[in-house]
Design a protein around this ligand. Structure first.
Ligand SMILES: NC(=O)c1ccc[n+]([C@@H]2O[C@H](COP(=O)([O-])OP(=O)(O)OC[C@H]3O[C@@H](n4cnc5c(N)ncnc54)[C@H](OP(=O)(O)O)[C@@H]3O)[C@@H](O)[C@H]2O)c1
Length: 253
């Protein structure tokens, strides 16, 4: 039985807690939360603490707090030489305090409290200072996910930057599309099958192979008429920049 303490009670901590609770090989011994009520629906109240001094012994301490608080929280832990990991995509493993053995347990998915996920399909990127710790992190990751990767801090940063492009930026482009539909009284749902197919296509083709549209075809008349149609300067600039990027990418191939 691997004993885990979760530090934090936000999106990631709650999803990890749900996944660990379903696993007979893992026991969540404690959750540190500044607001006791945040996780009281997921674990009994006597296992929740808001005092670092009350933290009991565990095999792994998973710090799932905001990126900016990782340094501060890891330096407040009142013990030494235990395995302490964070869950961030962008923070280096070195951000953790030297008092303890360091590691990373980064689940690469977008989590929101209350929105169910299937952990088995979520890639977990792990890293550790010491080999023995890697083995225990791998055991925990394997027990909740079918996709576990050994990824160092630099590689993790590159994944995180890529994730901003493929998730946050793409979603923002959906928001722009939605706004343009609204301005022209067209239901956004007409575009939903296209959005689905675009995402499905890159499961079997590379994104460059899957690219279509006026920029890829260098359809100058259409591009010009789209730019004339757009009234928002910001949307015009994004359209121009992405058109240029698609065309530059085409030249490189
Ligand atoms: N959300 C995602 O999709 C996602 C995916 C993968 C990895 N991550 C990473 O996972 C970590 C947690 O993200 P999240 O989305 O779960 O964040 P979140 O929902 O905003 O929750 C943050 C947690 O950190 C606690 N916290 C903040 N500052 C603290 C401090 N100084 N001392 C103690 N606790 C503090 C908050 O406590 P209070 O409630 O008391 O403020 C809250 O429990 C981050 O490193 C993030 O990069 C997030």
């Amino acid at each position: 039985m691997i004993q885990i303490t979760l530090i934090g009670s936000g999106n990631v901590a709650q999803h990890l807690l749900l996944a660990f609770n379903k696993n007979p090989d893992i026991e969540v011994v404690q959750v540190f939360s500044r607001k006791l009520e945040s996780v009281s629906h997921l674990i009994s109240i006597d296992k929740i603490t808001d005092r670092f001094d009350d933290l009991a012994e565990a095999d792994i301490y998973i710090i799932a707090v905001t990126d900016d608080a990782i340094v501060e929280v890891s330096s407040q832990l009142p013990f030494k030489n235990r395995l302490v990991v964070h869950t961030s995509g962008s923070a280096s493993m070195e951000n953790l305090n030297d008092n303890n053995r360091k590691g990373v347990f980064y689940p690469l998915q977008t989590f929101t409290k209350g929105k169910e996920v299937d952990f088995k399909t979520i890639p977990i990127c792990i890293e550790s200072q010491f080999n023995d710790d890697y083995n225990i992190l791998k055991k925990v990751a394997d027990s909740i996910s079918d996709k576990v990767f050994m990824i160092n801090s630099e590689q993790r940063k590159s994944l995180h930057v890529s994730a901003v492009f493929v998730n946050n930026f793409v979603n923002h482009l959906y928001a722009i599309g939605n706004a343009i539909c609204d301005e022209n009284q067209v239901p956004f749902e007409i575009l939903q099958p296209l959005i689905k197919e675009t995402a499905d296509k890159i499961m079997s083709l590379s994104p460059n192979e899957a690219q279509t549209g006026p920029a890829k075809r260098n359809d100058k008349t259409t591009i010009e008429s789209h730019l004339n149609f757009l009234s928002d300067e910001n949307h015009k600039n994004i359209y121009k920049l992405l058109t240029q990027s698609i065309q530059d990418n085409g030249k490189k191939l």
